[in-house]
Structure formats: C-alpha cells, structure tokens
Design a protein around this ligand. Structure first.
Ligand code: EPU
Length: 345
C-alpha cells in the first residue's frame, strides 16, 4: 500500500511532453498533459481530475498501434504498470499476472525462460501487455485471446476496478469488448492461463516452411523462427517508423469471394468463419502496385505491402492520405473495403 500511496502523491503530470519515441511511426507529437501511471491505484484519482476538468483523454501503451496527431489535446495516460509473476497453478495450467505496461516481446521471452511455452508464435510483436487484448494481437496462427484467463480493468463509467473473464471480453479477429467500448476501460493487469501441455503450432505457411525438416521444434526454435520471419518481413520501428499492419485483412461473404476468385485465380485467402472468407490485404495492395511506393515522407514498405512507413518527417495526415489512395484503388480493383487497423487518436 505504501508503494501505491507514494505513487499517488507523486503522480507526475508533464505539460507538452514530446512523444516521438513513444509512437512507433516516429511522428513528432506533443501531449498537452501526460500522466505517468505506474500503479493501478493512481488511476481513480487521475480520472476524477480529468472528469472535473472535462478533458479529452486516452491511454498510451507502447504506441505501436496508433496514429497520433501533432498535438494530443487533453490528458494522455502513459501506461507504465510493471510486474510479472506466477500467481497459481493446477494440474493443467499455470496462471500469470502481468502489468499492463510490460513490454510484450520481453514478456514472451520471460515465459520461455520460465519454461511456460505457448506464446512463442507471438514473439517480436511490438507494444505492451495491456494493449495486446484490446486488438487481440495475433500472428502465425495464434491469437493472444487463447491464453487469457481474465483482465483487470478500471471501468471509467462505474469508476471501479473490475475483473472481466475471458468470455466477457468478446474476443474476435483483431477485436474485443474493449475495442467495441472505447473510452470505457483501462487495462491494468492481464491474467494469462498457460496450459501445461504444449504442442508446436507451425501450420501457418511461413512457419511450416521453416520447419520443413524438423517436425518437432522446441518452443525456443519457434520463437527464433518467428523472430527471423518478422525481422525479414516487417520493418524495425527503430529504423523505419511503422505501426505493423496498417489494414485489417478483410472478411467477405463467400459468394463475393467466389466471384473474385474467378477473376483472380491467385487470390490469397483463408477460411475463417463459416460462410465467409478472409482475404490477405497485403496481397490486394501489392496487386494494385503500391509495394515500395513513396508519397513524400511516407510510403508502403518494400517487403510487405500491408505496412505503411514513415521515412522521416511524416505526419498522421500524410499517412492517412496515402491510406485513402490505397483504399480507393483496392475498392476500384476488387470491390473490397479496407479498414484501418491502428487506432486514430
Ligand atoms: N502478400 C503479398 N504481398 C505483400 C504482402 C503479403 O502478396 O506485399 C501475401 C503473402 O504472400 C501471403 C499473404 O499475403 O500469401 C499474407 O501475408 P503475411 O503472411 O505476411 O501475413 P498478413 O496477413 O499480411 C497477418 C497479420 C500480421 C501478422 C502476420 C503473420 C493482420 C492484419 N496482420 O499479416 O500482424 O504478423 O499475419 O501471422 O492480420 C499486425 O497486426 O501488425 C501484424 C503485423
């Protein structure tokens, strides 16, 4: 409790804080009022101050899935709650409690060091643990939702801490109850449920290729393979600003898919939901000739058309105009609408 009291007394707020290094696009951004949140107990007081002053607000994790304007008006809560620990175990599972501000990739590495495999397919995804469930991060055939037991949040509407079970989180492809109810919940801790039985999950084409001659890789083998594939396909935000996939992979009715397939025999798609088909947005954009293209300071990454990049000096507006021309062309060519994946603040 002392820790919480100390943090409360010193809830640091900073005016006009530069956030260039806290958004992976590397945009020049200034937060009018930024709060450093290191323990959950700070949140009720900060939120009541924000309500009193009728300020706009948002939570920022690692800034890896956001498009930030030049000025972030009102209050920005910098989610910096640390800590990861094993809280219990039974015959089948180990339960871990992890602070919302913990770096996702470092957490995945920690689970492997503690012999708790399961999350290795999600290695090297930028961002924080608290942000992971909001868009239900996923890669190489695994989604984080599968490993979540419950989530501790501050409910801004009811001004209380609540534990939401996995079912209450309504997880779906890049979607959750939190994403459906913006401005309502602040994730403080995530409780993970890691099954003790483990099997490699290497069915995803890119991974299967890596293990062509090794059907029994270890979790560490998979971790390293995922890191290798991602490093090759996705730009390192420390080198070229980006927010990972800029668009969601569109899910379309099966009839529309069949009609498209007649015109484009090499259309890349996945069976996702009954009666529907998920298309590879990267393939659609690539076919429209955008890969490696530049528009001023921003552009489309040369190795993966789904990733928009900031070559330096770009702004949210620049990237949004490029996105608009991509959306227009893909709609004209394929009759498919692309939805922007990162959050627009
Ligand atoms: N493709 C192209 N040209 C491109 C890009 C992709 O033809 O420029 C084709 C690929 O050849 C492949 C297909 O499109 O056949 C899919 O590409 P990829 O395997 O690279 O995956 P993705 O669907 O583009 C998704 C996630 C990524 C995740 C990877 C791996 C979304 C929106 N994106 O990308 O997530 O890492 O699968 O599982 O679901 C992110 O969300 O930020 C992200 C990077």
């Amino acid at each position: 409790m002392n820790r919480a009291l100390n943090a409360l007394q010193s809830t640091k707020s900073t005016r006009n804080l530069g956030l260039k290094h806290r958004n992976t696009f590397g945009f020049e951004v200034s937060a009018e009022l930024a709060y450093d949140i290191t323990v959950p107990e700070q949140i009720p007081e900060v939120m009541s101050e924000i309500a009193k002053q009728k300020l706009a607000w948002r939570v920022l994790g690692g800034g890896s899935n956001v498009i930030l304007p030049k000025i972030l008006a009102g209050a920005t809560l910098l989610m910096n709650i640390a800590g990861q620990e094993i809280i219990s175990a039974d015959d089948k599972n180990t339960y871990l409690s992890v602070g919302g501000g913990v770096n996702w990739h470092e957490f995945v590495a920690w689970t492997l060091e503690h012999d708790l495999p399961g999350l290795e397919n999600l290695a090297l995804i930028p961002g924080t643990v608290g942000a992971a469930p909001i868009q239900n991060i996923g890669a190489y055939g695994v989604e984080v939702a599968e490993y979540i037991d419950s989530i501790i949040v501050f409910d801004v509407k009811d001004q209380a801490f609540v534990t939401l079970t996995k079912d209450a989180c309504c997880f779906a492809y890049r979607d959750s109850y939190f994403k459906q109810n913006p401005q309502r919940f602040i994730v403080t801790q995530v409780v993970f449920k890691i099954p003790k039985s483990w099997k490699p999950r290497i069915h995803y084409a890119d991974l299967a290729k890596q293990f062509f001659e090794n059907a029994n890789p270890s979790p560490e083998d998979i971790f390293l393979a995922v890191c290798k594939i991602r490093t090759h396909k996705l730009p390192d935000p420390k080198v070229i600003g980006n927010a990972g996939s800029f668009f969601q992979n569109p899910i379309i009715p099966i009839e529309q898919f069949e009609a498209l397939l007649k015109k484009h025999v090499d259309l890349v798609s996945y069976p996702d939901l009954p009666g529907k088909r998920k298309l590879a947005a990267g393939w659609l954009i690539d076919q429209c000739g955008f890969k490696g293209q530049r528009l001023g300071s921003v552009g489309v990454y040369e190795n993966q058309a789904l990733v928009l990049v900031n070559h330096g000096g770009g702004t949210a507006q620049d990237v949004l105009s490029l996105a608009q021309s991509i959306q227009d062309k893909v709609r004209a060519e394929f009759g498919v609408s692309l939805v922007i994946e990162p959050n627009l603040f």
